[in-house]
Design a protein around this ligand. Structure first.
Ligand SMILES: [Zn+2]
Length: 67
């Protein structure tokens, strides 16, 4: 699907990621189909130009939800 920056697919970080600006949580199982991110997409595999669907923050504003 992507052009293989990483070799191992088994190693993806599928933990939810929370937007620190608005609190939106991205979940890999759900993806963000409205914005072209298919369900099952690891956060690291989302295109860099993807923005938070709620507030428009970039990927750098997301942090792992570790609970
Ligand atoms: Zn946001």
């Amino acid at each position: 699907m992507t052009k293989g920056e990483r070799e191992s697919d088994s190693d993806k970080d599928l933990r939810p990621q929370r937007c620190v600006v608005c609190g939106y949580i991205y979940r890999s199982v759900t993806g963000d189909p409205d914005n072209g991110v298919e369900p099952g997409t690891a956060f690291e595999d989302i295109p860099e130009e993807w923005l938070c669907p709620i507030c428009g923050a970039g990927k750098s504003m997301f942090m792992v939800v570790d609970d």
